[in-house]
Design a protein. Structure first.
Length: 189
């Protein structure tokens, strides 16, 4: 084998290997275009009252929710059929792609409201972390809309959202007023 042939083969292999991650990213970007229709081209949903921000959300949470929508553990009239059309092998790469985006910047506003009493919100920090930006088992809550947060908290409290068995008892232990106060606080972060 000539040195020229060997050099050409090595160069071709290096170029091919370098192109693979770009092709995978392009494929996920193409698949994420469907998500952008509701969740926003720039990471901010057109209707954040009913649709959550997903750009920069915790990857493990995105993967779990996509899986739950796909297998029926969580039902939604739009998300369930959408997730069922995603190949199972694409769920994690799609979650990694979306989670790798930057959480949209919030418009500057006034100071956030005072934190709810520690005994009402301390248990949330165990999973959602100190600043409510999420962690491996739990989603980011800081900066989601008040309406979306309140709806999800109420859904857990009244057993209409059942894809996490740890949360309903916590939400049921809070009064409607407590959930309202916590949702306002988290939305302002």
């Amino acid at each position: 084998m000539s040195n020229r042939f060997l050099a050409t083969a090595i160069t071709a292999g290096v170029l091919f290997a370098a192109a693979m991650p770009l092709q995978a990213q392009d494929a996920m970007e193409s698949k994420a275009q469907t998500c952008n229709a509701c969740h926003g081209q720039n990471g901010m949903p057109p209707d954040p009252k009913t649709t959550p921000i997903i750009w920069g959300q915790q990857v493990s949470y995105l993967f779990k929710e996509l899986s739950d929508y796909r297998n029926g553990a969580r039902e939604h009239p739009i998300m369930s059929p959408m997730a069922k059309n995603i190949d199972r092998a694409d769920l994690r790469p799609l979650a990694v792609y979306i989670g790798g985006k930057t959480w949209p910047a919030k418009a500057a506003g006034g100071a956030p409201p005072a934190a709810p009493p520690a005994e009402k919100i301390a248990v949330c920090k165990a999973c959602h972390q100190q600043n409510f930006e999420g962690g491996a088992p739990a989603p980011r809550l800081a900066g989601l809309s008040y309406e979306y947060l309140k709806a999800q908290m109420d859904a857990f409290a009244n057993d209409t959202r059942t894809n996490n068995q740890d949360i309903p008892p916590l939400m049921k232990a809070l009064s409607q007023s407590d959930r309202d106060e916590i949702a306002h606080y988290l939305a302002a972060l």
